[in-house]
Design a protein around this ligand. Structure first.
Ligand code: URA
Length: 440
């Protein structure tokens, strides 16, 4: 732990709020003081909430965002992977991926072991889900015995022996962000580009990865509903990463419809294992391979063929070792929901829309996600889709199966899905492409 104590001048929180309220620019010292004072409890929650709202409404310039990010990094420890060696003694490049969150987004599960096949170390510090997007740790916790919390020493050992680790971020990493994010969550100030960019990048830079690929989601199931805002968020994060010496690239990808055919916990693990076995839904495979290529290139590992490593079992071998190293049994049966209910196509035609937000909310209401941090998720709950946009469907054919242990949840899940499905006359095509743009 190497938290740098703030030793500069003190300021008045009310002056700082007024400056932002009146569209002014905060000085580097004001920003450093603000983050330090809030982390220590000198600035009250109501003052920080007012400042967050002023930032949401009036924005921040690049220098302010960069300083805000640096101050959040300085609020906690920074990890250092520079000494990482393979068991044979070779230096290992580190590379990581961060997704801004989406429905059915299980990509981290096949991606981390896939990238490790080529000799890079993948330190994936992940979170639990809140709201309609699922959390990577919740999904992996569906595997019997699997443990999310590792000490720094365990993480380092696993990285050098297996090459990939997916675990919970320790409490020491950017503690200012933990406190600030919880406040933003209850004050309607999550959706501010300077605050999202600094929140994500402070954690990724403190994590100490050498290269980073950002998957910025766009569409109904994402934070960013429109492409211009997603592009601005991606550009801001890429600039923050590069300024901090992290080789950063962003992809803008579609989140108007869920990724793959599952949204939940155990069912998403099952689908990830299908991808690792060389099968799985096309969109999940396409995005996994593209992100692996980007992560490897960003880490200076050229000419790798991730698609082949999915097909020939090398990625599956790393997955099995990665799960076992954290106490999980890769061969154990996954939990299955006790109850199911099927949702049928209302008409003949082509499925051109399956709304990501509606499916995410349905899965969440079925018990796959949590409304409050302390809620317990159901491992078997979620939505299994039987068709994706582009498929020809017939009236009465099953479109989705809703899964839960608690059948009283079906009604609210069904309500979430009202209007979620768009069926157009045969010959129609869905509008969206999966990978929309690349920002470097
Ligand atoms: N994810 C984060 O870590 N922070 C945000 O502000 C939004 C998404």
């Amino acid at each position: 732990m190497n938290r740098a104590a703030y030793t500069g001048p003190a300021f008045d929180a009310v002056d700082i709020i007024r400056t932002k309220r009146d569209k002014g620019t905060l000085s580097p010292e004001q920003i450093t003081w603000t983050i330090d004072a809030y982390t220590r409890g000198t600035i009250a929650d109501e003052q920080m909430a007012a400042l967050n709202m002023a930032i949401l409404l009036n924005g921040m310039d690049r220098a302010e965002i960069s300083q805000w990010t640096a101050a959040m990094i300085a609020s906690g420890e920074r990890m250092d992977f520079s000494g990482l060696r393979t068991p044979a003694g070779a230096a290992m490049a580190t590379t990581d991926k961060h997704s801004t969150g989406g429905v059915g987004d299980k990509i981290t599960l096949p991606l981390a072991p896939l990238v490790a096949v080529f000799g890079a170390a993948v330190p994936q510090l992940s979170g639990r889900g809140l709201g309609h997007t699922g959390g990577t740790l919740d999904k992996l916790e569906a595997i019997p015995g699997w443990r999310a919390s590792l000490s720094n020493e365990e993480m380092m050992r696993q990285l050098s022996e297996v090459g990939a680790v997916i675990c919970a971020a320790g409490a020491g990493l950017a503690p200012a962000d933990k406190k600030l994010y919880a406040l933003r969550d209850v004050t309607g100030t999550v959706e501010a580009i300077p605050l999202i960019a600094s929140s994500i990048m402070s954690k990724k830079i403190a994590e100490g990865t050498g290269a980073l690929v950002l998957d910025v989601k766009v569409g109904s199931g994402a934070f960013m509903k429109n492409i211009d805002m997603a592009r601005e968020l991606a550009q801001t994060m890429v600039a923050l990463g590069k300024d901090a010496g992290v080789n950063t690239v962003a992809l803008l990808t579609d989140m108007s419809t869920p990724l793959g055919l599952t949204a939940g916990n155990a069912i998403e693990v099952e689908e990830s294992v299908e991808v690792l076995a060389g099968g799985g839904p096309e969109d999940v495979v396409e995005l996994t391979v593209k992100l692996a290529e980007e992560m490897l290139e960003a880490a200076g590992i050229h000419g790798a063929d991730p698609a082949a490593a999915l097909k020939d079992g090398r990625a599956m071998d790393v997955w099995r070792r990665m799960i076992s190293a954290q106490g999980g049994d890769p061969d154990a049966a996954l939990p299955v929901a006790k109850e199911s209910e099927t949702f049928y196509a209302p008409a003949d035609g082509v499925l051109v829309g399956l709304d990501a937000m509606a499916v995410g909310v349905a899965a969440w209401r079925l018990g796959a996600g949590r409304a409050r941090k302390e809620d317990i998720v159901q491992a078997g709950a979620g939505v299994r889709m039987h068709a994706k946009p582009g498929a020809v469907v017939r009236a009465g054919e099953p479109l989705m199966t809703l899964l839960t242990d608690t059948p009283e949840k079906f009604e609210r899940a069904r309500e979430a899905l009202e209007g979620a499905v768009t069926i157009a006359p045969e010959g129609s095509r869905p509008a969206n492409q999966l990978i929309i743009d690349r920002i470097a």
